[in-house]
Design a protein around this ligand. Structure first.
Ligand code: ZN
Length: 88
């Protein structure tokens, strides 16, 4: 199978990926993308760090909601989306 995700698709489900909410198939697709895409890897790394830090400081916090908040702030900052190596 040569199914591949574009950067936008990866970023859309990145929070779920980090929250462990994705199915095995999607996890593999995202992991494969992160392996080949530095920009998304940096992004995932950043989310991961934020989540780890918040989890440590505020174990009572709803992290799924928090990561979605971060994602929507990112969307607002990049209204045109983050176009990386995705074909037009
Ligand atoms: Zn990417």
């Amino acid at each position: 199978m040569s199914e591949r995700l574009g950067c936008r698709q990866v970023r859309r489900i990145l929070q779920s990926f980090l929250d462990g909410e994705l199915g095995e198939h999607d996890v593999e697709l995202v992991a494969a993308h992160l392996e080949s895409c530095t920009r998304c890897r940096v992004e995932a790394d950043m989310y991961g760090r934020v989540i780890d830090a918040v989890r440590e400081l505020r174990p009572d916090l709803d992290l799924a909601g928090y990561t979605r908040l971060v994602a929507s702030v990112e969307d607002a900052m990049h209204p045109n989306g983050l176009r990386g190596d995705e074909p037009p």
